[in-house]
Design a protein. Structure first.
Length: 279
């Protein structure tokens, strides 16, 4: 088996395991370079190259820096490592960006040029749903269509039909959540509200919401605080969940929640992606 095949095998395994990484690919070389076009490497968030090879120290620093940035914003980028005299001819300095290309200096004696495409591969955003209510079931089905990794946690006795979820947990204690952006919704609707909320608050997430009225959430807040939950964390729970769309049916309520989650998920991306702000 070639090194290239091994890299792509590991790419498939890491994607399946919902692990974040960067795939760096050499797309062009000029003059003498250690790696040639087509060379690939897998880079973890901690900067470790776990498979493949894209050359030595001449390109490593610039590629690892680009990899860290790509994992943060989810955007691919091109890195061009060139000797300083060629950068000067182009009128750019190390660190400059021009037309989507980040330039870096090659200080190695070979004085070659390498262009490396840095592509982040991120886990699907994670939606954790507590409860097996009609809203919860519809939320799971709609979220999967939008590319979320869905975990549904509810007592087995409460689940009347097979949920459309990647992971189904008996009870309110999901243990193995993927390392991704997380969004948590409690939709127990009277069946274990307090226990589900307590479990939901223990999960680090960008969004917590409760499918229920403000009055009901206020009553639950008192119980949760009395039980030792942090008041500030409880107050960050959006209740009622979802945008005010006048939703009535479980499907409409689920849609309003996903619309609200989409706003949170895409927050900040419009500023960095001009295409997203076009009319």
């Amino acid at each position: 088996m070639t090194a290239h095949v091994e890299v792509m095998d590991l790419v498939a395994q890491m994607k399946s395991a919902e692990q974040p990484f960067v795939l760096a690919t050499v797309v062009r070389t000029v003059s003498v370079t250690a790696a040639k076009p087509g060379a690939k490497a897998i880079i973890r968030p901690d900067g470790a190259i776990v498979a493949g090879w894209i050359g030595g120290g001449c390109a490593r620093g610039a590629v690892l820096k680009a990899a860290r940035e790509a994992l943060l914003d989810g955007e691919p980028r091109m890195v061009s490592v060139q000797p300083e005299n060629l950068l000067a001819e182009l009128g750019v300095k190390p660190g400059d960006n021009r037309e989507g290309i980040r330039f870096a200096s090659n200080m190695c004696p070979s004085k070659g040029t390498m262009d490396i495409f840095v592509e982040p591969v991120l886990p699907h955003p994670s939606l954790v749903i507590f409860g097996a209510s009609p809203v919860a079931m519809s939320l799971a089905a709609q979220a999967r269509q939008l590319g979320y990794h869905v975990t549904l946690a509810a007592p087995a006795a409460d689940i009347a039909a097979e949920p459309d979820a990647h992971v189904i947990v008996d009870g309110f204690a999901p243990r193995y959540l993927n390392e991704a952006r997380r969004f948590v919704v409690v939709s127990t609707q009277g069946k274990g509200d307090e226990a589900a909320l307590r479990a939901a608050l223990a999960i680090k997430a960008e969004y917590h919401a409760f499918v229920g009225s403000r009055r009901k959430m206020a009553a639950l807040r008192e119980k949760l605080v009395a039980g030792g939950s942090e008041a500030a964390a409880i107050d960050r729970v959006k209740a009622p969940a979802g945008l005010d769309l006048g939703a009535i049916t479980p499907e409409e309520i689920a849609m309003s929640i996903l619309a609200e989650i989409t706003i949170e998920r895409r927050r900040g991306q419009r500023a960095t992606n001009p295409a997203a702000s076009k009319d």
